[in-house]
Structures are given as structure tokens and as C-alpha cells.
Design a protein around this ligand. Structure first.
Ligand code: 5GP
Length: 201
């Protein structure tokens, strides 16, 4: 059995990657999502059973100590990390996993799992990014400013990814992301067992 595929998706806060991802999961129901552990306070509209598990700084540090995180990073004063066990269990069981991380997390994962396929979701322009962050109203002006500064640094790293998806038109961004997922599974090196099976019969 082939191991599962590991996908990494990043994009600056406000790039719309969550919306893209939600649609991608509707189109790829077999794909598993890696729930991150984070120490940031819950935002309005977030729930304990969503894409994050909210834990204390002490709990997070204990997970680092016990090597239970595949990667972790501090982002705007809070910790974010990917629990190792879920990802490894899925991959070993042949299930594909999507990890959403910032650029530092992506770098750490690429170092550990070089065959991971990485996708960067990019806003069409700086102005659009700024407008999306301001309009969503979940952060105050200072937090928006911090996130914008962080975003510019992140976009500089987009070139390190395998693919860049521009999120201007949502449908097109979703379509492109699904195409990347499908095409990467068809890569010849992932299908050698099938070919050998046919040839050897
Ligand atoms: P937010 O606070 O807006 O939900 O997320 C802030 C940033 O943290 C986003 O760029 C998001 O992709 C990233 N992030 C989410 N989960 C993880 C994680 O497990 N590890 C790392 N390194 N970054 C994460």
C-alpha cells in the first residue's frame, strides 16, 4: 500500500485560504485535515471542535518537550503547532493529509518530509489583502497592522512552495487547488507498484 500524500497549504492571514480549503474538502471528502494546537484566544465565531484545538501555553510547551509536534512556530505572540501522531498515523494508513501552516511551519515540514506537496494561496494584490483583513472585523487596527507586516514577509517566501494559487476568483482558486491535489497523486513515482504489477503478470 502506498503511504498517504502530505499536502501543506499556507497563505497570509486574509488570503482567503480557509474559504478555499473548505471548498476543497467538499470536493475531496477522503482528504484528512490536521487539527493544529494553538495558544491564541478563541475568536468570535470559532468553536472548540473547529480547525484548532485551543490549549494553554504550559500544555503547548509540554508537547514540545515530549516531541509531540511535527512543527511549531510563534506567530504574533501565540504558539501554533501540528500534532505529529495524527499526521503519521494517517500517512501510514495510506490516507492523504492536508496541513495548514504558516511559512515557518511549512519550511520545517518540508525539511522532515521532502516529498510533501506545498501550495501557497496568495491574494491578487496588497490592497485586496488589506481590505479583506480590515473588513473581516475580527482583529483591531493594531492586530491588522501586525498581520499585514507579517503577510509581506510570508509572500516573499511563496517562491519556496511547489505551487502558487492566486485567490481572486474563489471557484478558480478551488479548482486549481483540487487539480494540484489530483495531479500530484498521479505522479509516476507514486504509481510504480501498479506499473510493476501489470508488467509482471
Ligand atoms: P490565525 O490566527 O489567523 O488563525 O492563523 C495565523 C497563522 O497561523 C496562519 O498563517 C495559519 O496558517 C497559521 N497556522 C495555523 N495552524 C498552524 C500550525 O499548526 N502551525 C503553524 N506553524 N502555523 C499555523
Amino acid at each position: 500500500m502506498n503511504k498517504g500524500m502530505l499536502y501543506i497549504i499556507s497563505g497570509p492571514s486574509g488570503s482567503g485560504k480557509d474559504t478555499v480549503l473548505n471548498e476543497v474538502f467538499k470536493r475531496c471528502p477522503e482528504l484528512k485535515f490536521s487539527i493544529s494546537v494553538i495558544t491564541r484566544p478563541m475568536r468570535e465565531g470559532e468553536t472548540a471542535d473547529g480547525k484548532y484545538r485551543f490549549i494553554s501555553k504550559a500544555e503547548f510547551e509540554e508537547m514540545i518537550e515530549k516531541d509531540q509536534l511535527l512543527e511549531h512556530n510563534e506567530y504574533v505572540g501565540n504558539y501554533y503547532g501540528t500534532p505529529r501522531k495524527f499526521v503519521e498515523d494517517c500517512l501510514n494508513a495510506g490516507k492523504d493529509v492536508m496541513i495548514e501552516v504558516d511559512v515557518n511551519g511549512a519550511r520545517q515540514i518540508r525539511e522532515k518530509v521532502p516529498e510533501a506537496v506545498s501550495i501557497f494561496v496568495c491574494p491578487p494584490s496588497f490592497e485586496v489583502l488589506k481590505k479583506r483583513l480590515t473588513d473581516r472585523g475580527t482583529d483591531g487596527p493594531e492586530a491588522v497592522r501586525q498581520r499585514l507586516t507579517e503577510s509581506v514577509g510570508e509572500i516573499k517566501k511563496a517562491i519556496d512552495y511547489d505551487y502558487i494559487v492566486i485567490n481572486d476568483d474563489l471557484n478558480e482558486a478551488v479548482e486549481n487547488t483540487v487539480s494540484i491535489i489530483k495531479a500530484s497523486k498521479l505522479k509516476s513515482e507514486r504509481n510504480t507498484a501498479l506499473i510493476n504489477g501489470i508488467v509482471n503478470q
